[in-house]
Structure formats: structure tokens, C-alpha cells
Design a protein around this ligand. Sequence first.
Ligand code: NDP
Length: 277
Amino acid sequence: MDRYAVIGHPIGHSQSPRIHTLFAQATGQALTYTAIEAPLDGFAATVDAFRAAGGRGVNVTLPFKVEACAYANDVSERARIAGAANALAFDGPRCRAENFDGIGLVRDITANLGQPIAGRRVLVLGAGGAARGALQPLLAAGPERLFVANRSADKAHELVQSFHALGLGRGVLAAGGWADLPATGAFEIVINATSASLTADALPLPAGVFARDGLAYDMVYGKGLTPFLRQAREAGVGHLADGVGMLVEQAAEAFAWWRGVRPDTRPVIDQLSVPLT
Ligand code: NDP
């Protein structure tokens, strides 16, 4: 049986073995998928050992996504722009790297909206790894405007400047801090890519950033109604979503990349979802 795994530190919380096992059952693929905790200074050695034992591919999670990109010798454009990889595929001496987080986000937002992102105003809160990975797929979806706001405004500016330097997002992509939000107007899609919901922190958002008929999306999953989603609901936002769909959609992209068959994501999202109450 072909072997796959997710590598991170810590890894006990990972839903990836469950998701990929459900995909394998649904598509009739013969594979095993396990979780491996690598020592903080031992990512490359852990991947080497897994490859030597016949491993065909891995997902990579915190804190190794940047290191995974450096480990590979064949890096996709998407992973290069994100500066990080969340999936590796092994073929003899060749190691390909991909980043499916952003494409998973775009697929899930589109499913939640029931319409494409094209032509809409999108706000991304946060300028860490998750925000960086989301920007290129979001830009490719054709928003009218894509604004990145972060607690540390300089990090948002640096992130956006790095995209402009690559010739990406000019005239569409802009950045600022929380203090700039009252002047930006309303956004039909507001994405929380900060880790504030992990510690149940609220963000200092003016109610005016939320368009009432829009979507508020928290990348965190399994936490129910986070402070961010509560703020959005109180501002009258009609559609709320957490990041479970993004997680399952990126997994489906990796599965299809490895196996050549794309699993149906809806039943798996339904199994993993918790109520947003
Ligand atoms: P990083 O550590 O790289 O970045 C954290 C970001 O959150 C920074 O912009 C930081 O701002 C901001 N932040 C942290 N705490 C607060 C706070 N209390 N108030 C305001 N801003 C805050 O994390 P990642 O980008 O890797 O992850 C972000 C979130 O996305 C995590 O919750 C993670 O679980 C989720 N995620 C979900 C995925 C999914 O599949 N659903 C995939 C990947 C990530 P500053 O720069 O000012 O410090």
C-alpha cells in the first residue's frame, strides 16, 4: 500500500489522517495515511526517513511549511510565491512542493457564497503565513479590491510590497493597519487569517467593514462561533463560515495531486463541521 503522512510539531490535533482515510475509502484508493511528529530541529531527517521507508508524499503543517519549500527540488509557482509548501510528492530523487492552502480557501469561499469571488471586495485580516498563502489564489479569482490589514501594519505593507515587486496585484492589492479600516468602506468577503480566534481574542474592527449581504470567514476551525464571527453576525452579516472547508478542500487538492482522482469534499466537510453557535 502506498504510504502518506502529515508532518508537524505538535501533530496530535491533526484531522488530516481522518480526512485522507475518508477520501481513500470513498475513491477506492489503496493507501495509508498517518501523523508524524518531527522534532523541531529534525524536519529534513524525518522526511528523509519516511522517503527511505517508501513514503510517496506528505502534507506539512506548522511550523515546517517554510522549511518544506526549501527541502524540495521542484517547487511550484504557487508555493514559491507563498514562500511555503503544505504538500510534498516523492518520485525517486525528485521532491515536488505545492501549496494548496490558498486554493482550498478560494474553493470553500466560492462554495459558501454560491458565486465566484470575481468582482467582489475582499478584506484579509492578518499578514502571517496563512495570509501570504491565500493572496495569490485570491488575486487569481479576480476580486475588485483585496485589502490586507494587520495589527502590525508594517507587516501588511511588507507583504503587499513583496507581491507588487513580483508584478502581482497592482491596482487591486493594498495594505494597512486596523486604524485604516474605518476609511476603507465595506467588504463583501472578510477573511480572518489572524490566529486571534485561537486565543478567543476579538479584533478592533469597525462594523462598517462588513457588507450585510456578504461572507465572514474565519480560517480557524472547530471553535464554533469565534469572537470574529460574533462581531460579523452582530454587524448583520448573512453568511458565516469557519476554516473546516478550507482544510478539507486543500486536502482534496493534495489527494488529487498525488492520486489523480479528486474526492467529493461535501460529505467530509459535513462530518467535521461543528455548529457556529
Ligand atoms: P502566523 O503566526 O504566521 O500569523 C499570525 C497572524 O495573526 C499575524 O498577522 C498576527 O499579527 C496575527 N495575530 C495573532 N494574534 C493576534 C491578536 N490577538 N490580535 C490581532 N492579530 C493577531 O499564523 P498563520 O498565518 O500560520 O495562521 C493564522 C490562522 O490561520 C491560525 O489560526 C491557523 O489555525 C489558521 N489556518 C487555518 C488553515 C485551514 O486549513 N483552515 C490553514 C492555515 C492556517 P502580528 O503580525 O501583528 O503579530
